[in-house]
Design a protein. Structure first.
Length: 143
């Protein structure tokens, strides 16, 4: 049951990611800036589009690879992995929001976006550590 819930959440996070990605891509300038410091990093709009698309596709197709490799059982790990990809999608969503604000033409204090980006990164790290922590906990309890 929990696996079906994670599959649904993953699907909706994937749809939200691509809807927001295409919306933000439409408003980006020809040169996408990653930082506004001296010697700023930038990439062309098309380069940003295709590299982001490849990254999103690779991360989200891992769901199918893992589910095929572990089709014999281990619903716990598969559910955790779906949740991991959902947290990756949430991090991508917050990063895309930051890129949109940074490259938008309006005056906006984009430093206010930091808690959202860092919060999604902390959530991602916490989720990554949850499965090894859980298995270690189960191993210690079984002794």
């Amino acid at each position: 049951m929990i696996l079906k819930i994670f599959k649904g959440v993953w699907f909706f996070s994937l749809v939200a990611l691509f809807v927001l990605f295409f919306y933000i891509y439409a408003g980006l300038p020809e040169e996408v800036v990653f930082s506004e410091t001296e010697g700023s990093l930038s990439i062309s709009r098309n380069g940003f589009f295709y590299s982001s698309l490849v990254l999103f596709a690779l991360v989200n197709t891992l769901v199918f690879v893992v589910s095929r490799l572990l089709s014999d059982g281990s619903q716990g790990f598969t559910s955790w992995f779906y949740g991991l990809v959902v947290t990756f999608n949430f991090f991508f969503l917050s990063s895309l929001g930051f890129m949109h604000v940074l490259n938008g033409g309006e005056r906006y204090d984009y430093s206010q976006m930091g808690p959202m980006v860092y919060g999604s990164l902390i959530l991602l790290c916490a989720w990554m550590l949850s499965w090894p922590g859980y298995t270690l906990y189960k191993k210690i309890l079984s002794k």
